[in-house]
Design a protein around this ligand. Structure first.
Ligand SMILES: Cc1cc2nc3c(=O)[nH]c(=O)nc-3n(C[C@H](O)[C@H](O)[C@H](O)COP(=O)(O)OP(=O)(O)OC[C@H]3O[C@@H](n4cnc5c(N)ncnc54)[C@H](O)[C@@H]3O)c2cc1C
Length: 411
């Protein structure tokens, strides 16, 4: 399917998928039917647009609730909340992201000294392991920038338990090629498969399950011979203590009384979901897809991210009748503000991940000087504190969260 990095394309895909988001989604979502030119029929494929902030969870939930009501849409709604849950969880344990980066760098360094490992990794990445299903997904990931959720689970499981490769290198491969690459969903899902998120509970891929749920692919059911069926979950020597969340309150018009700049970044590339109380005097766009990894980022993923920011800047400049400037990698931010005579910058919340790593060094001194106003949606503000441990803490509160945030309240 064509993933065009615009809000219009996101809204088109939402409208196209909406009729299938009710019971049909619950019944068919587990099938990986392979890439379809007009988009898959059983899953939304909205994740690249959601990650880029061209569309937000609130809008998706609202549309789905209006179309199907809370019970028929229960499964789809829960999946959208998984995304919010993972964000909230990582926000309270940001050390997991730092630990992932250190582990990834150590795993990359270990490759230097081990030709056998280098070869095994190269074969996995090229889709030449001889495990048909894995090889198909390895190529599909790099050729399309998207994998079905079940394929991601099987792929990660085979990577860790059958091929015995370092999970951080697999997570890195996903981050470099997925158009929806997300520090929270990706890192925590790999940890979940490995048995690190829910300690001692790992996910072992099975050939019969793969064959059953891939039967609808154009090439037929995928084979997966010689999978490790009794591997033990991974363990790690430390726990990650939960940090208290310090979330910003709703933005008040007086916070932005003076002319201000709006920063669009890789997780918030469009102004529409941000509900600003006043128009900005300047739009600044910053795209940093290369910060995902020390390795090369795939063209599809990088183009989607850069395209989202370029389009988001143009649309915001037109909507607010103000100039837009690019804040390029390696350039300081302060002169862009000084040149425009602007003191404050409105920054959509930067969750733990590479976008925060790349942008925060420049923003921190401005924040310390009281010049940053952070924007955070009410759904995140209400949900993140519940993402303390397992998903259940969020799942049982979904109805209340929707009501509290006025989502799906159409009378
Ligand atoms: C190893 C692994 C790595 C992953 N990496 C990412 C990633 O980098 N970025 C990412 O957005 N998702 C990731 N996921 C979660 C999930 O696979 C994708 O969100 C989903 O496949 C996107 O396709 P979709 O939009 O068609 O989903 P749909 O089934 O249509 O679901 C609707 C939306 O709900 C959210 N969602 C659905 N399932 C999940 C889930 N299990 N976890 C979190 N959110 C979910 C997504 O935002 C998705 O767009 C990963 C899962 C695994 C197992």
């Amino acid at each position: 399917m064509q993933f065009t990095p615009t809000r219009a394309a996101a809204l088109d895909r939402l409208a196209q998928f909406l009729p299938a988001a009710g019971r049909r989604y619950a019944e068919t979502r587990n099938a990986d039917d392979g890439p379809q030119p007009g988009g898959r029929g059983n899953v939304s494929q909205l994740s690249p647009w959601l990650h880029a902030g061209l569309l937000d969870e609130r809008e998706v939930l609202d549309a789905v609730l209006s179309a199907h009501g809370p019970r028929a849409a229960e499964k789809f709604i829960a999946e959208v909340f998984w995304r919010i849950y993972f964000k909230g969880y990582l926000e309270q344990r940001a050390a997991i992201w730092d630990d992932y980066r250190k582990g990834r760098d150590a795993a990359l360094a270990a490759l230097e000294a081990n030709a056998g490992l280098r070869r095994a990794l190269a074969e996995a990445v090229a889709g030449r392991t001889g495990i048909e299903a894995f090889d198909v997904w390895a190529r599909e990931l790099q050729e399309t920038g998207y994998l079905h959720n079940h394929a991601r689970m099987w792929f990660a499981s085979i990577w860790i338990f059958t091929l015995k490769l370092d999970w951080r290198l697999g997570a890195d491969l996903f981050l470099r090629h997925l158009m929806d690459a997300d520090a929270a969903s990706n890192t925590l899902s790999w940890r979940w498969v490995a048995g690190l998120h829910t300690k001692g509970k790992h996910y072992l891929a099975r050939a019969d399950n793969i064959a059953r749920y891939t039967a609808g692919r154009p090439e037929g059911a995928l084979a997966a011979a010689r999978l490790a069926l009794d591997a033990a979950p991974l363990t790690e020597p430390h726990d990650f203590a939960r940090q208290r969340l310090d979330l910003p309150g709703p933005v008040r018009p007086e916070d932005l009384a003076q002319p201000f700049a709006l920063l669009l970044h890789d997780e918030a590339a469009h102004h529409a979901p941000l509900a600003l109380p006043r128009p900005p005097a300047l739009v600044i766009g910053a795209s940093r897809p290369d910060a995902r990894s020390p390795g090369a980022v795939g063209t599809l993923a990088a183009d989607f991210a850069r395209g989202a920011i370029a389009g988001g800047m143009a649309e915001a400049a037109a909507a607010f009748a103000c100039p837009a400037v690019a804040w390029r990698d390696g350039e300081p931010l302060a002169p862009l503000l000084a040149e425009a005579g602007i003191a404050r910058v409105a920054v959509p919340y930067l969750p733990a991940g590479w976008t925060r790593d790349a942008l925060w060094p420049d923003l921190a001194p401005l924040a310390a000087a009281g010049r940053v106003v952070t924007l955070l949606g009410d759904l995140e503000r209400a949900t993140w504190p519940l993402a303390k441990a397992g998903f259940f803490g969020v799942a049982k509160a979904i109805d209340g969260l929707l009501a509290e945030c006025g989502i799906g309240a159409h009378g």
